[in-house]
Design a protein around this ligand. Structure first.
Ligand code: NAD
Length: 270
């Protein structure tokens, strides 16, 4: 993937959960569009360092920052480090997330709290720290028309119920109202807040759903467009949402799902 290196020139981005999958692709893409990038990781320090080394080798500023996004003190320290290193932050990609699946009756409170804590509370904590910095600095017209951009990684499961995954679906449903409420609150400060809701994208989080031909064939029944998504599909959308090309887009959820939310079961009349 290549972008104009001028698209995000001079902008500073922080991507959470950027040591693999969608977050890694977004970090690499924002960098190739000219942004300095803080690559947040939780347990995969080596992977994060490798991504940082690649970005730097291509001539763009990058740092790796370890933090558990569900921990308030770690999130505050991470933003402190990023701002100290880069001077400010212009773009937050709230991407970190995980699944802990089980039928409702077997779901432990720990697994409920873990998923809500990382997928939803983690996005709140990071959005709050980013917003403080955007409001402190305000708009710098030579950098961007907006004082800051927040991109929340949601999922088609913010609207599609998902049996056996109630903690995950609830976290993504929560992101919908959190994102729109923050967008409403921060718009007068010229801060844009949007979500990307991916369908099925090939990453470690859902490997068992696409890594055999039988599994992939089953998955494709849910995707009218006839292919499983790639991380680049999401990264391109994130770069656009981070850039001034989307300057009038605020409080929106972009479904990037090959039509998964088009109720494919009804395609032949239901
Ligand atoms: P992934 O497992 O590769 O990425 C998740 C990342 O989050 C990992 O790098 C992981 O280390 C990080 N992470 C987990 N807990 C963390 C914590 N406490 N603090 C900081 N980082 C933490 O999977 P992915 O598919 O790239 O997922 C990225 C996001 O996209 C998630 O929010 C996921 O819900 C969302 N999503 C993915 C798909 C898909 O089909 N892959 C579909 C819809 C939504």
């Amino acid at each position: 993937m290549s972008f104009s290196p001028h698209l995000l020139k001079g902008q500073k981005a922080l991507v959470t959960g950027a040591s693999s999958g969608i977050g890694e692709a977004i970090a690499r893409s924002l960098a190739s569009a000219g942004a300095s990038v803080a690559v947040n990781y939780h347990s995969e320090a080596e992977e994060a360092q490798k991504i940082v080394a690649d970005i730097k080798a291509a001539g763009t500023e990058a740092i790796a920052l370890g933090a558990d996004v569900s921990k308030e003190d770690e999130v505050k320290a991470m933003f402190g480090q990023a701002i100290e290193e880069f001077g400010t932050i212009d773009i937050l990609v709230n991407n970190a997330g995980l699944q802990k699946d089980s039928p409702l009756v077997d779901m432990t409170l720990d697994h409920w709290n873990l998923v809500i804590g990382i997928n939803l509370t983690g996005q709140f904590l990071c959005a709050r720290e980013a917003a403080k910095e955007f409001m402190r600095r305000g708009v710098q017209p030579h950098i961007s028309s907006a004082a800051g951009k927040i991109i929340c990684m949601s999922s088609v499961h913010e609207v599609i119920p998902w049996a056996g995954h109630v903690n995950y679906a609830a976290s993504k449903g929560g992101i919908n109202m959190m994102m729109r409420s923050i967008a409403q609150e921060l718009a007068p400060h010229r801060i844009r807040v949007n979500s990307i809701a991916p369908g099925a994208i090939k990453t470690p989080i859902n490997k068992s759903a696409w890594d055999t031909s039988e599994a992939e064939a089953k998955l494709l029944k849910l995707i009218p467009y006839g292919r499983v998504g790639e991380v680049e599909d999401i990264a391109k959308t994130a770069v656009w949402l981070a850039s001034d090309d989307s300057d009038y887009v605020n409080g929106a959820t972009l479904f990037v799902d090959g039509g998964m939310t088009l109720y494919p079961g009804f395609a032949t009349g239901g």
